[in-house]
Design a protein around this ligand. Structure first.
Ligand SMILES: Cc1cc2nc3c(=O)[nH]c(=O)nc-3n(C[C@H](O)[C@H](O)[C@H](O)COP(=O)(O)OP(=O)(O)OC[C@H]3O[C@@H](n4cnc5c(N)ncnc54)[C@H](O)[C@@H]3O)c2cc1C
Length: 240
């Protein structure tokens, strides 16, 4: 199977974020070749190769999926980057992130479109939306908070405080940008957890975009098998 698509693939997310596929090494064939190297075999044609990927996923024979590598550039709010970086098997030794020690440029803040209410039984999740009459008021309060924080930040910098210290007054909805490498096995594990309905909306929407726009394109057989055996529920497509 050969795919052709031009890189980078850039998908806007939330109000000012994005996820971008910068590079991908390997495809479904690379997974098949890695699995067959065990007995020095080769491709047996599309039908058999696709069945092999289905078999590997079904039986959790995971190492062949490590042969494919994705490089992503992500712009997301700080509180989402914090969740993302819990996934230790992403090549976090290879992560590069914008440093607010170096620059005060391009500081963006996430302003949600909708305010959600706390879930009644789950301590973590949200459930439903805040009443319509309150939505605009809450957004105005957030905008005011961001403005005050930025004023304080600028004040500190203007008075000679180092950026590395002044940045502590900036709120968690500030965007950050990072580049990370991940192999397909670890990316699928991330997707299994972050496509799940229990994951926070703001990270789920990044996971959705990665799955729909990158993984399905680069690894169509693997994606089909993951939907059958790995993901806990069907992947919704209306999020992105
Ligand atoms: C819905 C949701 C809610 C969450 N809530 C919280 C929360 O309230 N508090 C909180 O702290 N975290 C929370 N997390 C983060 C969660 O605990 C994991 O840290 C995160 O999902 C990364 O998963 P992982 O460790 O499987 O992934 P990775 O770090 O990518 O690891 C993948 C796999 O490698 C293995 N592995 C990696 N490192 C080690 C190691 N050092 N020792 C043994 N095995 C290892 C494990 O099998 C692991 O599953 C939440 C995650 C989700 C999806």
């Amino acid at each position: 199977m050969t795919q052709t698509f031009s890189l980078p693939l850039h998908i806007p997310i939330l109000d000012k974020g994005f996820v971008e596929l910068q590079d991908v090494m390997g495809n479904d064939n690379a997974i098949v070749a890695a699995a067959r190297v065990s007995y020095l075999g080769e491709s047996k044609g599309e039908d058999q190769d696709k069945k092999l990927i289905d078999y590997l996923m079904r039986h959790e024979h995971t190492s062949p999926f490590e042969m494919v590598q994705f490089k992503l550039r992500v712009k997301c709010p700080l509180f989402i980057a914090r969740q993302w970086q819990r996934h230790r098997t992403w090549h976090y030794m290879s992560v590069n992130e914008v440093s607010r020690r170096y620059t005060s440029e391009e500081i963006d803040f996430y302003i949600p479109e909708t305010w959600r209410t706390q879930h009644q039984s789950s301590k973590q999740c949200s459930d439903g939306v805040v009443e319509a009459a309150l939505q605009e008021k809450l957004t105005q309060q957030l905008l005011q908070h961001v403005e005050q924080a930025m004023n304080l930040y600028q004040n500190l910098v203007d008075q000679g405080v180092a950026r590395e210290q002044a940045r502590m007054v900036l709120p968690q909805n500030m965007y950050t940008t990072f580049i990370a490498n991940v192999n397909a096995h670890n990316l699928l594990h991330f997707l299994k957890l972050r496509l799940d309905i229990h994951a926070q909306y703001e990270i789920r929407i990044y996971a959705e975009a990665i799955y729909q726009h990158f993984v399905k394109l680069a690894l169509p057989w693997t994606a089909e098998a993951a939907e059958k055996y790995l993901f806990k529920q069907p992947v919704e497509s209306e999020l992105c």
